[in-house]
Design a protein around this ligand. Structure first.
Ligand code: CDP
Length: 214
């Protein structure tokens, strides 16, 4: 069996994380949350008191990125998410991160049967030849509600209206940037999860991938 590559793209808090963790277990795939790469670059810029929209500092941090940087729990913060979407709009930063992602997909670690990558441009730019491409989405209100619950579960105090506003700002930045904007690949299975629970999303995704690879 050849290396199975599954691309999962979509906006913030659409349920890609939970879905890709389950897909990784089910199909024995290595999983890469590519958002962490941009979060780590954005966070490193903030730590250096830099402006995440400044190409010089963002590119330097992207070049200096190591695997250990991806383990930092602070990367999950909303500040890191917002900085991530700013550094992610810089073409040179995206180019710098391409090889790491493609190499992970082609040579998945740990003897896995393939790789599942979670991001915004996996099906369109990083792995255009992926065996299966999914685009996971939901209304902004529902995504904001899910993110709010995630934050509250972690004990982070957050206000629903502010989470929704930040998410819509980030979505707009991701969709409007000139390079690798957030959009479904032409051959992606678009799944609106607004009215689906995690089990139903997983079942639909497994069904789609299984039909693609047999
Ligand atoms: O977890 P959440 O869905 O909120 O965000 P994430 O996947 O961690 O991504 C954070 C930010 O990184 C996004 O808003 C994008 O701007 C950027 N990103 C990207 O441009 N390309 C990717 N493949 C992954 C993330």
């Amino acid at each position: 069996m050849t290396n199975l590559i599954v691309a999962v793209d979509g906006p913030a808090a659409a349920g890609k994380g939970e879905l890709t963790r389950r897909l990784a277990r089910h199909f024995n795939l290595a999983r890469l949350d590519t958002g962490l790469l941009y979060r780590a670059v954005g966070w490193a810029v903030l730590q250096a008191n830099g402006d995440p929209a400044d190409e010089g500092v963002a590119l330097a941090k992207a070049k200096a990125l190591t695997a250990a940087d991806l383990e930092n729990p602070d990367l999950r913060s909303e500040a890191a998410g917002s900085a991530a979407s700013k550094v992610a709009a810089i073409p040179a930063v995206r180019t710098q991160l391409i090889d790491f992602q493609r190499d992970f997909a082609k040579n998945p670690p740990g003897g896995a049967a393939g790789a599942v990558l979670d991001g915004r441009d996996i099906g369109t730019v990083i792995c255009p030849d992926a065996n299966a491409k999914l685009f996971i989405t939901a209304t902004a209100e529902i995504r904001a509600e899910r993110r709010l619950k995630e934050l509250q579960a972690k004990g982070v105090e957050a206000i629903g209206s502010a989470v929704l506003r930040d998410m819509m700002e980030r979505d707009a930045r991701d969709a409007q940037r000139s390079v690798a904007p957030l959009e479904p690949a032409k051959d992606a299975f678009v799944l609106d999860t607004s009215d689906l629970d995690a089990d139903a999303v997983f079942a639909a995704a497994v069904d789609f991938i299984s039909r693609k690879v047999t």
